[in-house]
Design a binder for this molecule. Structure first.
Ligand SMILES: Nc1ncnc2c1ncn2[C@@H]1O[C@H](COP(=O)(O)OP(=O)(O)O)[C@@H](O)[C@H]1O
Ligand SMILES: [Mg+2]
Length: 258
């Protein structure tokens, strides 16, 4: 059997003299969509940064494809919540996407076709020459996602990517990302504090708890999501399995039951 794409093996992280993540182990298989939920400040962003090699654990090992992660790699793409700061305001949409290709050393002659391809995938083909400030928040976030797709990453990390968007835009983007992930066979680790979003998108949901106490792991729950795909904003969320998962996570996160 091949190694999982991403493996956290008893990963602990201390920052500023404080234990942010206590020994946490889990795996993400190829093509899997895993969501991480937990209250603000429980270490979700820190966990993603460790997955990308931006933070070095103080204990345990993060492995990607069986190899310890020691630094950021182009094989891993990161989508930030703050699309406004992730995009360069003086570059057009296609200029922003070109950045990822330039960084990857893609020859100039190939770039235009690759840019057109990812823009059509996120429904922005008609907006290639606009600047970020001319686009809505949802469209700017789609540009950031397109830039990550242009990188053709092995692993996509997303940190509350829809947290700053209104509910309608958020639902539209959830469905778009779910479709892209299925079509492209992407592997995703997705952080959110929105329990319904985690269940709606994930094959699995991992719940972290803040300050678990001495000797106790940050990882408090790992739930499989047995909901068929493609999912639907109305009918999926009415299914008994969805409601049962929501109840289980809600009791844990909102009421602090470990
Ligand atoms: N570089 C750092 N130095 C010290 N403390 C940090 C640093 N980064 C994050 N923290 C602390 O770690 C905790 C978890 O942060 P974070 O991973 O951003 O949580 P979340 O994303 O779940 O809201 C917070 O209490 C935060 O203040
Ligand atoms: Mg965070």
């Amino acid at each position: 059997m091949s190694a999982p794409l991403l493996a956290f093996d008893r990963v602990a992280i201390h920052l500023g003299g404080r234990e942010i993540l206590s020994p946490t182990s889990f795996e993400v298989g190829r093509g899997e969509f895993v969501c991480i939920v937990g209250a603000s400040g429980c270490g979700k962003t820190t966990l993603l940064r460790a997955a990308s090699g931006l933070v070095t654990p103080t204990g345990g090992t993060v492995r990607r494809d069986g190899v310890p992660v020691t630094q950021p790699s182009r094989e891993v793409a990161f989508v930030f919540q703050d699309y406004g700061r992730a995009l360069l305001p003086w570059r057009t949409v296609q200029g922003n996407i070109s950045l990822a290709l330039e960084a990857a050393g893609v020859p100039k002659a190939e770039r235009a076709a690759r840019i057109a391809d990812v823009l059509s995938k996120v429904g922005l083909a008609a907006h290639a020459h606009k600047f970020p400030a001319q686009l809505s928040g949802g469209m700017q976030q789609r540009v950031q996602i397109a830039r990550c797709l242009a990188q053709a990453p092995q692993l996509l990390l997303m940190d509350e990517p829809f947290g700053a968007l209104d509910a309608l835009t958020r639902h539209g983007l959830q469905d778009e990302v779910a479709r892209l992930v299925q079509e492209q066979g992407l592997t995703v680790l997705f952080v959110t504090h929105d329990l319904e979003e985690a269940i709606y998108l994930g094959d699995r949901v991992i719940a972290l708890q803040a300050d678990p106490g001495p000797g106790r792991p940050s990882l408090a729950r790992m739930l499989d999501v047995p909901l068929s795909r493609p999912r639907d904003q109305l009918s999926t969320k009415e299914q008994p399995a969805f409601l049962q998962l929501r109840r289980e996570l809600f009791g844990f996160i909102e009421q602090g039951h470990a």
